[in-house]
Design a binder for this molecule. Structure first.
Ligand code: GTP
Ligand code: MG
Length: 454
C-alpha cells in the first residue's frame, strides 16, 4: 500500500439519501479538496472545523456542500482527512468522486481507511475487526460485544501477557549466547507459572467463543415435530404475528419459513418446518427432507408434540431419532388447553416437557425464557471479553497447542534452543490476534471483507 496516495470513497450507503458523505484520506486530502472547493481557503483552516461552500468542476457548480477538516494526526486514519457532505443523489456523489479522482485522488479499496488507521497505529488489528463487527451489528448484544472489542479490552489483556513472555524469550536467547557455560537466566519455575497464567486466559477466551458466536451470529433454531402438532401456531405465537399458515389439515407447512426472534438482545433464527411423517406426495417428501436438513444445521431444536394425540411410544421414538450431538433439544407439549390439570399431570410423557398452549398463547414467555437460557448459559456482564471472531479463535487454539509444547519442554528439561523456538511460536500466535505479527495475506484477508468507504 502506498501511503503517499490520497484515497477517496463514499462513506455513506449507496442509493438516494438526504446527504451523502464522501471521504478523502492522505497527505493531499486538503489540497485536492481545496482545488475543487469554492469558499474559504481550506489550506488555512484549523483542524476539526466545518465549512460551507460549493464543489465546482471549472465553472460548473456540482453541489453546495459542507466540508469537515481533520488535520493529521487527529483523524480516524491519522492522515489528513476531509469529509464532504453533499446532497445524497447518486449522480452528484458520482460526479464529485470523479472530479476528486481527476484532481489527484485514487478510489479507495474495501476497508482501506481502516487499514490505514491500523498501519498508522490508531487501532490494533482486533479493534479494526471490531469496526467491521460494529457496522454489521444487528442486536443490542452484538453491538455491545463489538464496542467492548473496539475499546481494546480484548487485545490489551493479551498484549500484557505477551510482553511478559517476550521478557522470558530474551532471557532464554541470552542463555544461547552462553551455551558453553550451562547457565539459566530464565527461571524455569517462573516461566512455567507465566505459561499456566497465559493458558488460563487463553482457555477462558476460547470458551467465550461459544457465547460470543451466539451473540454475533444468532442461533439457528428449528421447530419440528409430527404434522398438526402446532408448530406453525407456535411460530406465530413466538413472533406474536400471523406469519405462517395454520390449519387442521396435517401437512399444511411444506416449505420452511424463517423469521428472526430477538430475546433479550440475542437473535434466534426460527425455522418452522414441514411435519415429519411418511410423505403422501412428492412435494411433501421434499419438505420432510428439507426439515431433516435444517435440523442438522441447527443449534437448537424445539420439538413440538400434541399432548393429546401422541402415544408414549411415538414420543420416545421421535426423541430418540431427533437427538443429535451438538444440538440442544427442548421438548414442548402443545395443546394443553384441551386437557384438565389432572389429565396433564397424569400423562407420563409430559413430565420433562415444557407444557404450553400455542393457540391460547399460554406459557409462551416461559418457553422464551428456556430458549434464551439454552443458548446463554450464564449471566452476561457488559464489560466481559468475548471472542466472536473465528480468526481469533484459531490463533488462540494454536497458542494453546504451542503453550502445551512449551510446558512439556520445561518439564522434560529440553535445551534452551528448543525452548526459545517454542516461545517464539507462542508469541507469534498471540501476536497474530493483536496485529503485533501480521502478513500481507492476513491483512488482505481481513480488510477485503470490509465495504468500500470504511
Ligand atoms: N386446541 C389447540 N389447538 C391447537 C394448538 N396449537 C395448534 N392447534 C391447532 O392444531 C392444528 C394444526 O396447527 P398447525 O400450527 O398448523 O400445526 P403444524 O404442526 O404446523 O402442522 P403441519 O404444518 O401440518 O405440520 C390447527 O387446527 C391449530 O389451530 C393449541 O395449543 N391448542
Ligand atoms: Mg405448519
Amino acid at each position: 500500500m502506498n501511503k503517499e496516495e490520497t484515497i477517496v470513497a463514499l462513506a455513506t450507503p449507496n442509493g438516494v439519501g438526504a446527504i451523502g458523505v464522501i471521504r478523502l484520506s492522505g497527505p493531499d486530502a486538503i489540497t485536492i479538496a481545496n482545488s475543487v472547493f469554492k469558499g474559504k481557503d481550506l489550506a488555512n483552516q484549523e483542524s476539526h472545523t466545518i465549512h460551507f461552500g460549493q464543489i465546482a468542476d471549472g465553472d460548473i457548480v456540482l453541489d453546495e456542500v459542507l466540508v469537515s477538516l481533520f488535520i493529521a494526526p487527529r483523524s480516524y486514519t491519522r492522515e489528513n482527512v476531509v469529509e464532504i457532505s453533499c446532497h445524497g443523489s447518486g449522480y452528484i456523489i458520482e460526479s464529485i468522486i470523479k472530479l476528486l479522482i481527476k484532481s489527484g485522488a485514487r478510489g479507495a479499496k474495501p476497508g482501506e481507511f481502516t487499514l490505514r488507521a491500523f498501519l498508522n497505529g490508531q487501532l490494533d488489528l482486533s479493534q479494526a475487526e471490531a469496526v467491521a463487527d460494529l457496522i454489521a451489528s444487528n442486536s443490542k448484544a452484538s453491538q455491545q460485544v463489538a464496542m467492548q472489542q473496539l475499546r481494546g479490552g480484548f487485545s490489551s489483556q493479551l498484549q500484557q501477557l505477551r510482553d511478559q513472555l517476550v521478557q522470558f524469550a530474551s532471557l532464554v536467547e541470552l542463555e544461547l549466547d552462553f551455551s558453553e557455560e550451562d547457565v539459566e537466566f530464565a527461571n524455569r519455575g517462573q516461566l512455567k507459572q507465566l505459561i499456566i497464567n497465559i493458558n488460563q486466559v487463553v482457555s477462558r477466551l476460547i470458551e467465550s467463543f461459544e457465547l460470543g458466536n451466539v451473540i454475533k451470529q444468532g442461533v439457528n433454531t428449528v421447530i419440528a415435530g409430527r404434522p398438526n402438532a402446532g408448530k406453525s401456531t407456535l411460530l406465530n405465537a413466538l413472533l406474536n404475528e400471523e406469519r405462517a399458515i395454520v390449519s387442521h389439515i396435517p401437512g399444511t407447512t411444506r416449505d420452511t419459513i424463517e423469521e428472526v426472534l430477538n430475546i433479550n438482545g440475542i437473535n434466534f433464527r426460527l425455522i418452522d418446518t414441514a411435519g415429519i411423517r411418511e410423505a403422501t406426495d412428492a412435494i411433501e417428501k421434499i419438505g420432510v427432507e428439507r426439515t431433516m436438513e435444517k435440523i442438522s444445521q441447527s443449534a437448537l431444536l424445539i420439538y413440538v408434540f400434541d399432548a393429546v394425540e401422541i402415544t408414549i411410544e411415538q414420543l420416545n421414538s421421535d426423541l430418540e431419532s431427533l437427538q443429535k450431538p451438538g444440538i440442544t433439544m427442548l421438548a414442548v407439549a402443545n395443546k394443553a388447553d384441551l386437557l384438565t390439570e389432572e389429565q396433564l399431570l397424569s400423562l407420563p410423557h409430559t413430565q420433562s416437557a415444557i407444557i404450553i398452549s400455542a393457540k391460547q398463547k399460554r406459557h409462551i414467555d416461559e418457553l422464551k425464557h428456556k430458549i434464551y437460557n439454552s443458548a446463554v448459559k450464564r449471566q452476561l456482564s457488559g464489560d466481559e471479553t468475548l471472542v466472536t471472531n473465528i480468526r481469533h479463535l484459531e490463533a488462540l487454539q494454536k497458542t494453546t497447542a504451542s503453550l502445551a509444547r512449551l510446558l512439556t519442554g520445561i518439564d522434560t528439561q529440553v535445551t534452551s534452543d528448543f525452548l526459545a523456538m517454542d516461545i517464539k511460536q507462542a508469541l507469534h500466535y498471540l501476536g497474530e490476534i493483536t496485529g503485533a505479527v501480521t502478513t500481507d495475506d492476513l491483512l488482505d484477508n481481513i480488510f477485503s471483507k470490509f465495504c468500500i468507504g470504511k
